[in-house]
Design a protein around this ligand. Sequence first.
Ligand code: PGA
Length: 254
Amino acid sequence: MSRRKIVAGNWKMNKNNNDALQLIRDILATNLPRDIHTVLALPSIYLKNGVDMLKHIFGIDVAAQNCHQEQSGAFTGEISAPMLSSISVPYVVIGHSERRQYFYENNEQLAQKVDAALANGLQPIFCCGESLDIRKSGDHVIYVSEQIRESLFHLSDDKWANIIIAYEPIWAIGTGETASPGQAQEMHAALRSMIGIEKSADIADNLSILYGGSVKSTNAADIFRGADVDGALVGGASLDAGGFLEIVDALAQS
Ligand code: PGA
């Protein structure tokens, strides 16, 4: 798969059933640009309805927000990749910083989740990003590169076609503070170059790298100007159909 332009909305733990289904309907009622791939990372309880509502609609799909690394078993409360696959969910967010922070997910476990997702035909949207302390220390590129090496570098070359990376600096998530377009582009270019050198130029060129962290309609166009920014993972601003559409439009026009 070649490099794609993607806007993924991460709904996190928001919306009740009626409001969630209404938001999907509202998003479908907008004029989403068809050359952008739009993904809605829904709470798992709404995934089946989401899949059914979107199955005949081109260019918009759902994602799960997490999956367990094991295929099945005694893991109360968890959802496996085969379960997601059995209801035709095409994407899964893996390694979001909230999962790393509140559920102690580490790079090694995330590598296993990536494997479980790929083995079941799901495309991982793999999240990485540094804390404010690491950013201030100046080691942010080294830190994020290591997250990618430890969770993705075991993959054989052919698997990379199904990987999407989302760079989300923790200090910019839900804080209203966005990385500047320059900071986003710097990290994306550094990651692409590192992957190009240590894996292959082909993998690096074809990889979609999304930016996440307080992306909204007012800053999206600036962020998308970065040559290595292929789209966005959007939290808060994805909960409103109009604002979300404006972000997708900004990417279409970039
Ligand atoms: P935010 O969240 O857009 O609300 O900062 C982004 C994310 O956590 O994916």
